[in-house]
Write a protein that binds this ligand. Structure first.
Ligand code: C2O
Ligand code: CU
Length: 577
């Protein structure tokens, strides 16, 4: 820092100007960046070709995946979204806590009315203690299938990473591709459910890779120099599946997840639940006489083989700079666990621990004010014209047997303006019925659920513990995501949660700080957070079929007593319903 002070101020500004100008010219993604902290996102319909077919998809600035947002810890970033598509849309900044600022969080009919075609809306995104990788995505219908991108949060200027600075950042966005239009996919998901969810390919940065027809030309390539270390910022943007990811010939050192640092550990593969991010260091350390091209690969992780899954493998290519241009594709795929390798997924997740050092301390609440046990189920609702789990039903999903219904105006505004009749403040703290949740073949009457717009209201500063309990109704892992908070994932286990025994197994020393926890199929996961962010915050499964079926609820965190513990006033620019 001393060195900087010696440069005359004018020269420093000149230098900054050059750096900014270079930054803008360097990548097309930044062409839409007016100033360092201001982006223009234009929602447009764009023609792309995948799997030998041309298709129109919704994109931001014509890019799929969309542009990367760059920030530093504690920044404020503005994104002006211009909706030039044909349908309503909203955007969400996944993992950004947005202290006191729920207005710009994004989920449609939860914190805002959607941005209509022809309209624009500027999001003010307030970063606080997040550092690492987050992401942004549409939060309306199934639009996020193609409307998503990375958020890279670096340390504050002058602060260091808790590991040697990597040579370059490489966002690796895992996704899914459908040949059908996603609007059609949504309709079928509501009418008939499951089978329509199988995507036609998994993707890495929008590309299925070499193993798919007509795909080799587009395969994502990562150029690396021998001897350097790279930061892979892996994001699972998929709509329906958790994923395994690995790079042939290279180990991965995991150093962060969901915008918070972890104790580093080295693995051959990672498991990343839908909605999560993993920061992994890759050392390009293969000897010069070794091969110069290696496959990166991503494959679905699913446990319930009765539910059809996409079991294909997406690939990208890691390419050393000395690779001869004529060399063919890499020789071998990395070792990835089998699609249903539950043991591999469980062992990986158990290794996630907060860094917990002086510079990156943990602050795990030890006392709990609000204790919730929340069952997660896939259910049925009567529907004469549907093809649901049994005749005359459609698929639904629930938390504590409440299947969430989004209102027609947003909950945040109803709360702020005291409009009655939009939601009920009585989301239950306990399941309505205790039974053997995880025993196979549940009775038919357990299948049915009730609809409601029920929210959980908590006092400012209360410590909330939620134990998510998976059930045999929809025996799949559920990636449960909370807006507005990074929680501590304090416990995880199989079978029914036992209130007398399981809390003793919690990790209250260095649990990972995440915004999406993977609740194992036939098991439970416990999270804790301090409700110090006043506002209205969505909580839902990050499998989109479950989200639209109602596996959601909302936390309303009341204002505290002092002005700096209260929600910011309603911005005058909020879209109207
Ligand atoms: Cu990644 Cu409610 O979202
Ligand atoms: Cu789910």
């Amino acid at each position: 820092m001393g060195g900087v002070a010696k440069i005359p101020a004018a020269a420093l500004w000149l230098l900054l100007g050059v750096v900014v100008a270079l930054g803008v010219a360097a990548t097309p993604a930044q062409a839409f960046r007016r100033k360092a902290n201001h982006y223009d996102f234009v929602i447009t319909e764009t023609n792309v070709t995948r799997l030998c077919q041309e298709k129109t998809i919704l994109t931001v600035n014509g890019q799929f995946p969309g542009p990367t947002i760059h920030a530093r810890q504690g920044d404020v970033v503005f994104v002006n979204v211009h909706n030039r598509g044909r349908k309503n849309i909203t955007l969400h900044w996944h993992g950004v806590d947005q202290p006191r600022n729920p207005w710009f969080d994004g989920p449609e009919f939860i914190t805002q009315c959607p941005i209509q075609p022809g309209a624009n809306f500027t999001y003010r995104i307030v970063f606080s203690n997040e550092e690492g990788t987050l992401w942004w995505h549409a939060h309306s219908d199934f639009d996020r299938a193609t409307v998503h991108g990375a958020i890279v949060v670096r340390p504050k200027l002058g602060s260091a990473y808790p590991y040697p600075e990597p040579h370059r950042d490489i966002p690796i966005i895992l996704g899914e591709w459908w040949n059908v239009n996603v609007e059609h996919l949504l309709e079928e998901t509501m009418r008939a459910g499951g089978d329509f969810n199988i995507s036609d390919a998994n993707t890495i940065n929008g590309q299925p890779g070499d193993l798919f027809p007509c795909s080799r030309k587009g395969t994502f390539r990562v150029p690396v120099e021998r001897g350097r270390t790279y930061m892979l910022r892996v994001i699972n943007a998929g709509l329906t599946n958790d994923m395994f990811f690995a790079v042939a010939g290279h180990n991965l050192t995991v150093v962060g997840s969901d915008g918070h640092y972890l104790k580093p550990f080295t693995v051959g593969h990672i498991m990343i639940a839908a909605g999560q991010t993993m920061n992994v260091l890759l050392h390009a350390d293969r000897a010069a006489n070794a091969s110069s091209r290696y496959y990166m690969a991503a494959r679905t992780f699913a446990t319930n083989m009765q539910i059809p899954v996409n079991n294909s493998t997406a690939t990208a290519v890691l390419e050393y700079s000395d690779a001869p241009p004529s060399a063919g594709p890499p020789a071998a795929l990395p070792d990835l666990p089998a699609v249903d390798d539950l043991a591999a997924a469980t062992a990986y997740t158990a290794r996630l621990r907060s860094l917990a050092t002086d510079g990156h301390p943990v602050d795990v609440p030890t006392r709990v004010d609000e204790r919730m046990l929340v069952t997660i189920s896939v259910n049925a609702l009567p529907c004469a014209t549907c093809e649901g789990p049994i005749n005359g039903t459609r698929f639904a999903a629930s938390l504590n047997n409440v299947s969430f219904v989004a209102p027609a105006v947003d909950i945040l505004d109803a709360y702020y303006s005291s409009v009655r009749g939009v939601y009920e403040p009585d989301f239950p703290d306990r399941p309505p019925l205790f039974y053997n949740f995880t025993a196979p073949d549940p009775a038919d009457e357990l299948l049915f659920t009730k609809r409601g717009t029920k929210v959980k209201v908590v006092e400012y500063g209360a410590v909330v513990e939620v134990v998510f309990q998976g059930t045999a109704l929809g025996a799949e892992p559920h990636p449960m995501h909370l807006h507005g908070f990074a929680f501590y994932a304090v416990g995880r286990g199989f079978g029914n949660f036992d209130e007398s025994k399981d809390p003793a197994t919690y990790n209250l020393v260095d649990p990972p700080r995440q915004n999406t926890v993977s609740v194992p199929a036939g098991g439970w996961a416990a999270i804790r957070f301090r409700a110090t962010n006043p506002g209205v915050w969505f909580m839902h499964c990050h499998f989109d079929r479950h989200t639209v079926w109602g596996m959601d609820t909302v936390f309303i965190v009341k204002n505290g007593k002092t002005p700096d513990t209260q929600m910011l006033p309603r911005p005058p620019t909020m879209p109207k319903c």
